[in-house]
Design a protein around this ligand. Structure first.
Ligand code: UDP
Ligand code: MN
Length: 310
């Protein structure tokens, strides 16, 4: 330790001595360390995929397009199961009409998720974030979360909705694993992408799903936590409707990275976020998901936001 300080002192001394005539910066440790390990990540480094389907092209997708899409339009790609002229005109090559089956069957969902993954690998981006079409994204919060981490290490960020591990059979063996819920959003670094690709790339993901007998987010968790043996990095800012959304504290709503909604009731309440009365610009009937009201609370100057509650 002492030798280290001594050496450092000598370097500093020589640098100050020759300061005016020499460039000593290459001898010194970085004098201005980065405040965040991932500060070299901007939104251009994130590849965002939204899983959708023909059934929701005229309901959930327009809600995304009128709200959070504006802040991330260059980063977002929609993966669906049917060509759509209107969406194509708006989104161009940011709409991917896969050949995946149109059912809600788990292996059709896996087919789409596998495509999302392949496109991410192809994109060369540092991060991949997968979303469902009933998610709202706060671009700045999501980015701030990602910047807390080293994009150059293998990471799988999200939130679990079940606190117990899963045990299933996979190709004749009993396997135990855990997963982050796809509907809360999951983010993965390129390094992790490389590690999971033997079970995922070019159609292999659907095979892995079939062998495990589980849907896409569950199978992805299996690959990461059981095959690759890495853990989930849990973030409270990722929210799905597997949790009780009305219980999200009001004062934390604007600092959530990802929100969600559901038409179903849980514990006899609609499972949606609660917008404080004074900020709710739309009634529950006009805005059942609450996401229009949320967006207007966050961005009150948006042209379609009414000046006050109707
Ligand atoms: N989804 C799909 N094909 C279907 C039904 C749903 O791709 O046939 C997508 C949907 O667009 C959403 C996700 O799967 O992104 C989850 O669907 P949903 O929210 O309806 O169900 P959940 O699993 O959340 O209850
Ligand atoms: Mn959903």
């Amino acid at each position: 330790m002492r030798v280290g300080y001594f050496a450092f002192g000598i370097i500093c001394f020589s640098c100050s001595f020759y300061f005016l005539s020499h460039d000593c910066s290459r001898w010194l440790p970085n004098a201005n360390p980065r405040s965040h390990i991932g500060s070299d990540v901007s939104k251009e480094d994130v590849y965002i995929t939204v899983k959708t389907c023909a059934e929701f092209h005229q309901s959930r997708v327009p809600l995304i397009l009128m709200t959070w899409w504006e802040s991330l339009r260059q980063q977002v790609y929609f993966f669906t199961d049917e060509e759509d002229g209107r969406l194509r005109a708006l989104l161009g090559d940011h709409l991917i009409a896969t050949e995946c089956g149109k059912s809600h069957a788990k292996f059709d969902l896996c087919c789409k998720f596998g495509h999302e993954f392949d496109y991410f690998l192809e994109s060369g981006k540092k991060w991949w974030c997968h979303l469902d079409d009933d998610n709202y994204v706060n671009a700045d919060v999501l980015l701030a979360v990602l910047r807390e981490y080293d994009w150059n290490s293998p990471l799988y960020i999200g939130k679990r909705s079940r606190n117990f591990d899963q045990t299933h059979r996979f190709r004749g063996e009993s396997v135990t694993y855990r997963f982050a819920t796809g509907g809360a959003g999951i983010c993965v670094t390129r390094k992790m992408g490389r590690l999971v690709s033997p079970w995922m790339m070019a159609g292999k993901f659907t095979e892995t799903c079939r062998a495990l007998g589980q849907p896409d987010d569950v199978t992805f968790g299996f690959i990461v936590t059981n095959r690759v043996k890495m853990n989930i990095t849990t973030r409270e800012e990722f929210n799905s409707h597997q949790q009780l959304l009305p219980e999200l504290p009001t004062d934390t709503l604007l600092s959530q990275a990802i929100l969600s909604y559901s038409n179903k009731t849980r514990r006899r309440r609609k499972n949606v976020i609660q917008i404080p009365e004074q900020f709710a610009r739309f009634s529950v009937r006009e805005d059942p998901s609450r996401l229009m009201s949320y967006h207007c609370w966050r961005y009150p100057d948006t042209d379609w936001c009414p000046a006050r509650k109707m």
